[in-house]
Design a protein around this ligand. Sequence first.
Ligand code: F6P
Length: 323
Amino acid sequence: MKNLAVLTSGGDSPGMNACIRAIVRSANHKNINTFGIQYGYNGLIKNNIKILLPEEVSNTIHIGGTILKSARSEEFFSKKGRKKAYQNLKMNNIDGMIVLGGDGSLTGAKIFGDEFKFNIIGIPCTIDNDVYGTDYSIGFATARETIVNSIDKIRDTAASHERIFIVEVMGRESGYLALESGVASGAELILIPENKNSMTDVINKLKKINNKKKSVIIVYAEGCKFGSLNEFSQKIKDSISNSNVRFSILGHIQRGGIPSPSDRILASILGYESINQIIKGKTNKMIGIKNQKPILINLDDVISKKKNVDLSLIEISNIISKY
Ligand code: F6P
């Protein structure tokens, strides 16, 4: 292998730059050139490809987002778009590609790898931590920390005004990020889509908590289906007399920022390992981390299987967040 490409796709996640750095430097160590593709698959289709020199990734390990830019590409879903992408890789004499992204981006990688028999390795990067086959995705630890720091601040107001605060956390259909952030912030109630609760269950639980404690933090995963947060808080107000309810949507603040040391380390290990594996001829695989060791998983499994959350954490949280 002489020339390799790297792209970041889908939602950016803190640690992507640390991973790009590891890829470029590890490839250079093996005398392989790395090409950076800008704007994810869209850039690949538009031939937005240029060499990334080892010195160009200096001073990027601590920067959030992605220096390669990212996008969610509609065009790559079409065969025509993927063909164009393949032609551009061939035109640039690129014989392998490393894709950094979440579920959707890895699905694109798998389809492309199969279609053109192209050497492809995926690296899980998403704050949602919902990628099957890896304990952690790059960006999750930082987002979790950002959320916990934010909830710590909200708790000051919740406690001072004796309010019920609903804090909406990202994660798409997955409650992983909400669950761990909720436990770490001592939330009185954690609502995630994987744990089916009816509105009546929620109100009953809340009444019990509120009988003893007036300030309550509810961590609410964005994938929950209780209507809009306006409607949800109104239902709480209507059911609990004298309740003082507010909600806060943390939004994209969760996705940006300086990557935590653990995300930088994970990104460095996975980036380094992706080079080792691609030069061994491994393809259509994802490099993940299991029990602190890098592992290879078939992209087939990654995209067809669902990562489960550990529901026992909800039980633990329910017991230790009340008295
Ligand atoms: O997948 C990462 C994520 O931040 C999800 O948690 C969220 O639902 C989504 O992306 C938001 O996407 P966008 O930034 O495109 O609105």
